[in-house]
Design a protein around this ligand. Structure first.
Ligand code: PEP
Length: 257
């Protein structure tokens, strides 16, 4: 039995508006009442982080508030961006870094992602969720573990062992995100186990055992339990299915021990 508390995050991307987001947030909060054995977070669009803080705060809920990204510089002339300290100031406590859409749609590279990881972890109030994963082409070329290893090593360069309790990894094969295709539990487990080995090489085996590694990529109520039942899968990062309260809550339930 794993000592790691499962974590389930809902990445809303640029879906929802103020009122639909508030309603969804309230539904998640109500459904999570009394759930202490899974950590849950929602990642609304950045414009709605602060309003969602109002929803979560009012209900005195344990559902964590997340941001989908932030910029590595603390302040200055970076139009359209938001710093890690501003994210924290809006009461978010978890930040996604290196999501596949940031890497492959927006074009972020490992060097920028590493700067973001360090900027997030420099804020004591923030946890960083570093997202990694291979494209279909890389998978078909047998490169899954090589890509994950290089994204982990580059993304975590300079992270101090004292910051590891605020680090979560999300393994999200790019070909599985939003496509309805999911890694088999066995393939996902193999990738997670190798990621944990790499974390062990970087930080030591005990530290690696404590870091949560989530799976993401078309997780649904029907496949979540089997995926989360794998020894090295500690929950999930959920996109599409997090937009429907009932589905998201069923996935959270599947992460419970
Ligand atoms: C994601 O956006 O991180 C994700 C995993 O999306 P989906 O669940 O829709 O594949």
């Amino acid at each position: 039995m794993s000592v790691r508390k499962p974590f389930v995050g809902g990445n809303w991307k640029i879906n929802t508006y103020l009122e639909t987001g508030r309603a969804l947030g309230r539904e998640v909060v109500a459904g999570c009442e009394g759930i202490d054995d899974v950590e849950v977070a929602i990642f609304p669009p950045i414009a709605y982080v602060l309003p969602m803080a109002g929803v979560l705060g009012k209900a005195d809920s344990k559902v964590l508030l997340g941001a989908q990204d932030c910029y590595p510089e603390p302040e200055g002339a970076f139009t359209g961006e938001m710093s890690a300290s501003q994210v924290a100031d809006c009461q978010a406590t978890v930040v996604l870094v290196g999501h596949s859409e940031r890497r492959h749609v927006i074009g972020e590279d490992d060097a920028l992602i590493n700067r973001k990881v360090l900027a997030v972890l420099a804020q004591d109030a923030l946890t960083c969720m570093l997202c990694i994963g291979e494209t279909l082409e890389q998978r078909e070329a047998g490169q899954t573990d090589v890509v994950n290893e290089s994204q982990l090593r580059a993304g975590l360069n300079g992270v101090s062992p004292t910051q590891l309790d605020r680090l979560i990894i999300a393994y999200e094969p790019v070909w599985a995100i939003g496509t309805g295709r999911t890694a088999t539990p066995e393939d996902a487990q193999n990738a997670h186990a190798r990621c944990r080995e790499v974390l062990g090489e970087l930080f030591g085996p005990d530290q690696a055992q404590a870091i949560r590694i989530l799976y993401g990529g078309s997780v649904k109520p029907g496949n979540a339990r089997e995926l989360f039942g794998q020894p090295d899968i500690d929950g999930g990062l959920i996109g599409g299915a997090s937009l429907k309260g009932e589905d998201f809550l069923a996935i959270i339930e599947a992460a419970r021990s």
